[in-house]
Design a protein around this ligand. Structure first.
Ligand code: ZN
Length: 451
């Protein structure tokens, strides 16, 4: 049954407009009309499309804060990864579901409405298949459904520990599947969830380091959905790629595959000018994860140059050290301010609003990367939206682009009041109806894992 939602402010297309009614039917936005329709519900704040989170490894939420002690030889991504591998020796299916459900509720409370789960945990701690080989992927779907968040599920193919086909290490054994096993996993997920309008299926060849060229070519043929791959996150990875093929990772991908809108390159941190230009022009999205990239000391993605060439990007929470879209967006701009000792760099036409530019670009790029009809309030899109509390001290007396700037650049209190996914309210007045029981289960899980 159709449902009318009246907004005194809403981001429609590229513009903040006043006084509109959205009609929602069966999870979809069917019309947007001026004025207040009869019998409409009042949104009670500023209505925005929900933010897509293009890149998450849900289980890593439980590790946040566990790798922040100085080690003997200088810490790096690679030392962080060792902590992660030790953590994985203990994580069972129930734990995966408990951690992911807690994470997804937190994402919703902060304004994300779809998560791209780059799901690479497939086997049991000894590396054996579960009775149902899709066991852990089912747990991710169960977490998404229990929280109510939309999902682009990206099962990961991971086969080697290094360019050139080196065998996986002990720490990687839970990620590894043969191509046949992966194909079977994908078919099971397609059969189970292919008809669910809140779920999209794609594939994630982990990286060029972990997937040999033949396997990469084969795995992308399995899907008509999004293709996500980690690329050029680390200087060492770039050097190893050059030693292997003579090409840097993004250059290799550009030369061997027809990158287009279905592709999302996660991080793409270390790029030459040519790679930046060609990647931007390809239509592939950059999946940027600023808080994780900062946490891991990855480096600087050439953000302004990429935007200058027309590149599209989405934001991802990746290791889930932050669950706030405004924190990711703010970092994108702040890193460049620090580098250039200048301000308002993302969008430089005079009078342009930086926060508004960041929000719009991340909505559009995020929707493209996740292959779902989201990221905009428009007929034919999913009714995935958030309502910001216009009476919150951060937003009071703000409207239009100023409201978006204030949302992005005013600290860490969440101003998200209500959240709708697929036409259903999943957060009301800043609360998820099941958040207490979900958090209690999460606490028990963490207590056991930390014991
Ligand atoms: Zn990642």
């Amino acid at each position: 049954m159709a449902h009318a939602l009246y907004a005194d402010q809403a981001l429609v297309g590229d513009t903040m407009v006043s006084d509109v009614t959205l009609t929602v039917d069966d999870g979809w936005i069917t019309s947007i009309t001026p004025g207040r329709a009869p019998n409409s519900e009042t949104a009670g704040g500023i209505v925005l499309p929900g933010m897509p989170d293009v890149h998450s490894h849900a289980f890593q939420r439980a590790m946040a804060g566990l790798a922040e002690r100085a080690g003997p030889e200088g810490d790096s991504f690679w030392s962080w990864r060792e902590v992660m591998y030790r953590f994985l020796q203990r994580l069972g299916p129930e734990d995966v579901e408990a951690v992911a459900t807690q994470l997804y509720v937190e994402l919703l409370l902060h304004g994300y409405t779809t998560v791209g789960e780059f799901h690479y945990l497939h086997t049991d701690p000894a590396g054996g298949l579960y009775a149902d080989p899709a066991e852990l992927a089912h747990r991710i779907v169960a977490a998404a459904r229990a929280s109510g968040i939309g999902l682009t599920l990206l099962p990961v193919l991971y086969q080697t520990s290094q360019f050139g086909g080196a065998a996986p290490t002990q720490g990687q054994r839970r990620f590894v599947l043969s191509l046949d096993q992966f194909s079977n996993l994908y078919q099971r997920l397609q059969a189970g969830y292919g008809e669910d309008a809140n779920i999209r299926l794609g594939v994630a060849p982990h990286s060029l380091r972990a997937v040999p060229p033949d396997a990469l070519a084969a795995v992308i043929k399995l899907t008509d959905g999004p293709i996500h791959i980690h690329a050029a996150e680390q200087v060492k990875e770039v050097a190893d790629s050059v030693a292997w093929s003579g090409l840097r990772p993004v250059d290799w991908l550009l030369q061997h595959h027809a990158l287009d809108q279905r592709w999302c390159l996660i991080h793409a941190t270390h790029l030459t000018d040519d790679e930046t230009r060609h990647l931007a022009k390809s239509g592939a999205t950059a999946g940027l994860c600023p808080t994780t990239e900062a946490n891991l000391g990855d480096g600087f993605f050439p953000f302004l140059e990429f935007l200058g060439h027309g590149g599209g990007f989405g934001i991802g929470t990746d290791s889930n050290v932050s669950v706030s879209p405004v924190e990711e967006l703010r970092w994108l701009e702040y890193l460049r301010r620090l580098q250039r000792q200048s301000r308002n760099l993302t969008e430089t036409s005079v009078g342009a609003s930086t926060g508004a530019a960041l929000v719009r670009a991340a909505l559009q790029g995020g929707a493209t990367a996740l292959g779902r009809p989201i990221g905009a309030l428009a007929p034919g899109k999913r009714a995935d939206l958030i309502v910001l509390d216009a009476e919150h001290p951060i937003l009071t007396s703000r409207s239009g682009n100023l409201a978006l700037d204030s949302w992005v650049f005013s600290g860490n209190q969440t101003t998200v009041r209500h959240v709708m996914v697929g036409g259903r309210w999943v957060v009301r007045d800043g609360r998820h109806p099941d958040q207490d029981t979900i958090a209690a289960r999460y606490r028990q899980t963490i207590a056991r894992l930390m014991a």
